[in-house]
Design a protein around this ligand. Structure first.
Ligand SMILES: Cc1cc2nc3c(=O)[nH]c(=O)nc-3n(C[C@H](O)[C@H](O)[C@H](O)COP(=O)(O)OP(=O)(O)OC[C@H]3O[C@@H](n4cnc5c(N)ncnc54)[C@H](O)[C@@H]3O)c2cc1C
Length: 474
């Protein structure tokens, strides 16, 4: 470990948000400490689906998808039921395309664009999250300005001054080492999906959801800022994600099985153990996650036919049905009755459910749950008819919490009276206000990048270092 203890910027947490902050800080000329509590960088970012929500991109244009910053902003607000902080959402909409170009310029490929929850057009730009992080990490180290440390948990924020003059000047590590940050401390410690006490306090209805975030995501940044009077927002809106396979992957498939499967946006229906649908499957998987927890055993089954199977696409997508089949999590059978037997659900009821669903697809009767699209108004539901049939038992996973510190559009943390806490920034999943009631797929990685770059430039300016245009790796 390096002995340096004085920096322009200290970024706490080495996932997407921490890496984008550290690299952008280095590009702006700052000397940066990038701290990671566990033995390796990555956090939830390294485990995730690798989808980033961007609008108006070259790849969308090539595929004839008409999208814009305005439509993205409206979709984000709509997903959040207009309880989001409009200023944050607007800033994201305006700055996201530049972030996309920055990531592309660093060499991160985006080779797919797909439709996902709360998106009115396909805008999830897919990339391999581990490879993307590795690239960001290499650029950060190559800048010569980033001191990356593992097993370096920040446990407390250091301040100077009293009352209105109080400001954050650094962090104290778990071993007692103080690190100074002239321009500011950026908290990027992720959510609190692994902190049972915080889940119990803020989202007790999710105690049955399966914790799925990074192992170090125990709400440390939230607690450190809270101790200084930081305001918290969206705490009542933490939600789980529907689609976590109930069955563990077969031996040998652990690293190759999907963590989340969401076939409903390609045409699957979702039924409970009684063989009944219980939700409009085109809505956000966060909403389906809530409803799933209310079903018998907190389990629901995605059921689909060969037409959906034919749309399987490889990991890290949430549509890798072939990998789920190979891992023994997805079951298949030539008839719906046989599939119901495999899955342990009511066969006669499943048959009737599918007949009613197909009638609604044909327009012969209204859909019993009001489904009219594949996702959020996009695409038409398709009949479940062409065997073999497939089904997978899923539950709700707590992948991410998406609520927490209140910030302004520069990422500066605000206290409970709405005043900036000087020297303190927060990024990524631990920030509240951006998503409102519900998260739109792909917007977490995206916001970590967008706001990480903004905060890094601000902290670098605060430290008095020269700000460049951020166009190279440093
Ligand atoms: C299965 C799954 C699929 C997902 N799919 C997508 C997707 O496709 N698109 C999308 O946008 N989002 C997705 N998400 C959510 C997304 O991955 C996260 O919200 C996002 O990666 C969070 O990034 P972050 O940088 O804020 O935090 P993280 O990537 O979690 O990084 C936080 C880091 O901080 C470290 N840390 C914590 N406390 C301390 C401390 N005290 N000191 C130092 N370090 C500390 C942690 O160990 C961790 O490494 C998914 C999540 C999961 C689990």
């Amino acid at each position: 470990m390096s002995a340096a203890t004085d920096f322009d910027l200290v970024a706490v947490g080495a996932g997407m948000a921490g890496h984008c902050t550290a690299l952008a800080g280095a590009q702006a000329g700052a000397r940066v400490a990038l701290l990671e509590k566990t033995g390796q960088y990555g956090g939830s970012t390294a485990m995730c689906g690798g989808a980033l929500a961007f609008a108006g991109t070259d790849i969308q244009r090539e595929r004839g998808i008409a999208d814009s910053a305005e439509l993205l902003e409206e979709d984000l607000m709509k997903a959040g039921r207009y309880r989001n902080d409009r200023a944050l959402v607007h800033e994201y909409a305006v700055r996201q395309h530049d972030a996309y170009r920055w990531l592309q310029g660093l060499g991160i490929p985006f080779d797919q664009v797909s439709l996902s929850g709360s998106q009115s057009v396909p805008r999830n730009h897919g990339t391999d999250p581990k490879a993307a992080l590795a690239l960001l990490h290499r650029h950060a180290l190559a800048s010569g300005r980033v001191d990356f440390r593992t097993h370096a948990a920040a446990r407390r924020l250091l301040t100077e001054g009293e009352g209105d003059a109080r400001r954050v000047v650094g962090v104290e590590l778990a071993d007692g080492t103080p690190l100074r940050a002239r321009g500011g401390v950026v908290l990027a410690t992720g959510g609190f999906s692994r902190a049972a006490d915080l889940v119990e306090r803020f989202a007790p209805e999710l105690r049955a959801a399966r914790p799925m975030g990074g192992e170090g995501n125990t709400g440390d940044g939230l607690r450190m800022a809270w101790a200084l009077g930081a305001d918290l927002v969206d705490m009542g809106h933490a939600k789980g994600t529907f689609g976590a396979p109930v069955e563990a992957p077969a031996p040998g498939h652990e690293g190759r099985a999907p963590r989340i499967v969401s076939a409903m946006y390609r045409g699957a229906i979702v039924v409970n153990r009684g063989g009944r649908r219980f939700v409009d499957e085109s809505v956000s998987y966060k909403v389906i996650g809530d409803r799933c927890l209310q079903q018998d055993g907190a389990v629901a089954f995605q059921v689909f036919d060969q037409q959906v199977m034919d749309q399987s696409s490889p990991l890290p997508s949430v549509a890798d049905y072939a990998a789920a089949l190979a891992a023994g999590q997805l079951r298949t059978a030539p008839t719906l009755a046989a599939l119901a037997g495999e899955l342990g659900i009511d066969a006669a009821r499943l048959q009737r459910t599918v007949e009613r669903y197909n009638a609604a697809c044909d327009g012969r009767e209204p859909d019993e749950w009001g489904r009219t699209s594949l996702s959020t108004g996009f695409g038409r539901p398709t009949r479940v008819e062409r065997g073999p049939f497939y089904g997978i038992a899923c539950t709700t996973g707590l992948t991410s919490t998406y609520c927490g510190l209140r910030t302004d559009t520069t990422g500066r943390v605000l206290d409970v009276f709405g005043r900036v806490i000087p020297g303190l920034y927060a990024m990524g999943e631990l920030v509240g206000g951006f998503h409102g009631e519900t998260y739109m797929s792909g917007s977490s990685l995206g916001k970590g990048c967008v706001f990480g770059r903004i905060a890094a430039a601000d902290a670098a300016a605060r430290a008095g270092v020269a700000v460049s245009d951020g166009g190279s790796s440093g």
